[in-house]
Design a protein around this ligand. Structure first.
Ligand code: SF4
Length: 263
């Protein structure tokens, strides 16, 4: 696969449930069409020109050298490192991405810092060699293959994502699911209850609405819809003793944002 180098890698994220993050790839072969916020930003800042460039990822080959320099400087400040926010740490067609992800996790763990992983790819079995301090997660916003074909065309199937997550759970790792960006019913028909049933074994759930998509605005009662879904997520998590986070702008009651951390 193509490679690139960077001058820095580890940085503090603005994402509300994140701390520090590492994004060791430019581009993402999953090619989501929600649209992908990371793709739009990469285009805006001139890192990629077209969708075709975006889905042909470039690996940051000096990732470990950068971490060796940056981690000691941030000692004591980092609680967790998320992989990734602007790319994906596992891409089925690019095993080199996953191999680098494993090296990065092990390097960060060496300083006793936990990694929080999130993917639309397959979490490989070799992650079972990593420290138990890590949390492994998948994004799951639908169970409908025709929806996946339209909006997440090159990502791993929903079934494989869930199976790989369950395998890590069964080995004693903490697991989590990001149900974001959850589509309105005029985009996809999967009920939130059906997704929740499939992932009842996880330790943590993040739920968030879809932004930046005109189709959502065309769904007349979208706020009512997201409020009702948020309530179902909170109630499910309470019953099943799962921590959850409802993202800003998703659950609005009487004009007030009622999201945040629960349990
Ligand atoms: S997996 Fe994430 S980074 Fe990759 S294309 Fe999809 S939304 Fe963008």
């Amino acid at each position: 696969m193509d490679q690139t180098t960077r001058k820095s890698l580890l940085y503090k994220t603005d994402v509300e449930y994140g701390d520090y993050t590492v994004n060791h790839v430019t581009g993402c072969s999953h090619g989501c069409l929600f649209p992908c916020y990371a793709f739009n930003m990469a285009k805006r800042f001139g890192h990629v020109k077209t969708y075709a460039d975006w889905i042909k990822p470039k690996l940051v080959s000096n990732s470990i050298e950068l971490l060796d320099k940056e981690l000691p400087k941030l000692k004591g400040k980092i609680k967790s490192v998320q992989l990734c926010f602007t790319t994906d740490p596992f891409m089925d067609d690019y095993p080199e991405v996953g191999e680098m992800t494993l090296k990065i996790i092990n390097r960060i763990n060496q300083d006793n810092i936990m990694c929080r992983i999130l993917t639309k790819g397959t979490l490989p079995e070799y992650l079972q060699t990593t420290k138990k301090i890590n949390e492994y997660g998948i994004t799951l916003v639908s169970l409908d293959d025709s929806f996946k074909k339209q909006y997440e065309p090159l990502s791993t199937s929903y079934k494989e994502r869930v199976n790989a997550l369950k395998a890590l759970h069964d080995k004693g790792y903490k697991t989590w699911v990001s149900i974001e960006p959850f589509p309105t019913p005029n985009m996809g028909k999967t009920a939130i209850e059906d997704i929740l049933k499939k992932i009842n074994f996880v330790d943590y759930i993040v739920f968030g609405r879809l932004h930046y998509n005109k189709i959502v605005g065309k769904y007349k009662d979208y706020q009512e819809f997201y409020n009702s879904c948020a309530k179902k997520v909170i109630s499910f998590c309470m019953t099943n003793k799962i921590k959850c986070h409802i993202k800003t702008g998703t659950y609005i009651v009487e004009g007030k944002d009622s999201g945040g951390d629960f349990f």
